[in-house]
Write a protein that binds this ligand. Structure first.
Ligand SMILES: Cc1ncc(COP(=O)(O)O)c(C=O)c1O
Length: 398
């Protein structure tokens, strides 16, 4: 028998840095002050501070338990009917009929982003993904983990509260044909600053002209300005480009975060390429999760296939969206230095705060937000929104 080696395999591992957002949640939970304000965690909260399960989801789950006959394997593409129902929500009726766009169910938006990166890597190891800064901190790890290089460019300046559009267009101008650009479809995380329709049009023209492939992350459709408006930019760039990817999530707009429900759609240059792409997506999925979890997609399918449940779900998303818009307007009304928040979209916004100011707000007011100054607008309540506004403006850099 071979002698045991001196260094044990897992002893070689370095300790991982702990997740700063999870640490923040733990700190906020441990804070005994009743007036504390937790705007760190990125989930929707209602007026009572809870993250409710939508009524339609509860009903669809009851139907699923009642009617499901088997839990036999579905296949690596997941629930095909789910994909058919999501496609028009993302692309509209015209896009849904486009047979150059193929889809596959994924474990949430994260799974879709990762699978998209795997497809890029399979097609061209030299391809790079351009990404505006700041972006959602998980974008880098998810995409680079597949072996795809990411190249950052400026997107937003927190101090002047503006999108750095010229810098973004400059980055597209310098990209190589066959590079990709990661775009937030709506409700930009972490800044809340979305491109306007003219900017989307300019990007659509530029990517089409230069052979750059849009890779859109659409994780918050419905929570900005409604389903159609929130998908308008995505539809523009996908239509303009010869090839494109869209990583979609149902986790926020159906309130089913832990069910890990999403999809990846990819547009090929023609029907034949699209079929080949779908084959690659399925074989790459097999090497990671084999097939996606069923429950969330089955619930979404039941809701979207039932007129009454669908209308009720739509009404609830409209309420969520209205609550977010209302909190944005109220924050903006407290001080002109917060006025920019009203024109932004989705759950997040960024305050021009130094890391020290973020720590001071935590110590003196029990306000918990990410070190970058990102906060979850909808983590606020009628009772504390004024207190929050007063405390943060005092600490803002400009
Ligand atoms: C910008 C962005 N993309 C993708 C995701 C992933 O969503 P999911 O929970 O469906 O994996 C998130 C989640 O926070 C996100 O903020």
């Amino acid at each position: 028998m071979a002698e045991a080696s001196a260094v044990k395999l897992f002893d070689r591992l370095d300790e991982q840095p702990s997740d700063s957002l999870l640490q923040l949640i733990a700190l906020a939970n441990a804070d005994p002050r009743p007036e504390k304000i937790d705007v760190g965690v990125g989930v929707y909260r209602d007026a009572t501070g809870g993250t409710p399960i939508p009524r339609a989801v509860k009903k669809a789950e009851a139907i699923l338990i009642e009617t499901q006959q088997t839990k036999a394997y579905l296949g690596s593409q997941g629930d095909i009917r789910f994909i058919e129902l999501i496609k028009p929500i993302v692309f509209g009726e015209a896009g849904a009929a486009d047979d150059r766009i193929v889809g596959i169910q994924t474990p949430g938006g994260c799974g879709a982003l990762r699978l998209g990166a795997e497809l890029i890597e399979a097609a061209d190891r030299q391809a790079r993904v351009l990404v505006g800064q700041p972006t959602w901190p998980n974008h880098g790890p998810l995409i680079e983990c597949a072996g795809v290089e990411m190249v950052g460019h400026p997107y937003y300046d927190a101090k002047s509260r503006t999108i750095l559009f010229d810098e973004m267009m400059g980055a597209i101008g310098k990209a190589r044909s066959g590079d990709l650009i990661l775009l937030h479809g709506c409700c930009h995380n972490p800044t809340g600053a979305d491109l306007n329709p003219d900017q989307w049009r300019a990007i659509a023209d530029a990517v089409a002209k230069r052979g750059i492939i849009p890779f859109v992350d659409l994780a918050y459709q419905g929570l900005g300005n409604g389903f159609e408006a929130d998908a308008a930019g995505t539809r523009l760039v996908v239509e303009a480009a010869d090839q494109a990817l869209v990583a979609q999530s149902c986790d926020k707009n159906f309130g089913i975060y832990r069910e890990r429900t999403g999809s990846l759609f990819v547009k090929g240059s023609n029907r034949r390429t699209a079929e080949i792409i779908l084959g690659h997506l399925q074989s790459r999925a097999r090497t990671m999760w084999s097939m996606p979890p069923d429950h969330g997609a089955a619930v979404v399918r039941i809701i979207l296939d039932d007129a009454e449940l669908r209308a009720d779900w739509n009404a609830e998303v409209t309420e969520m969206c209205a609550r977010i818009r209302n909190l944005r307007a109220r924050l903006a009304g407290y001080d002109e230095r917060l006025a920019y928040i009203e024109g932004q979209n989705g759950m997040f916004s960024m305050l021009p705060l130094s890391p020290q100011a973020v720590l001071d707000l935590r110590a003196s007011h029990g306000i918990y937000m990410a070190g970058s100054g990102r906060f979850n607008v909808v983590g606020l309540s009628d009772e504390n929104v004024g207190r929050f506004a007063a405390a943060v403006v005092e600490k803002m850099d400009g």
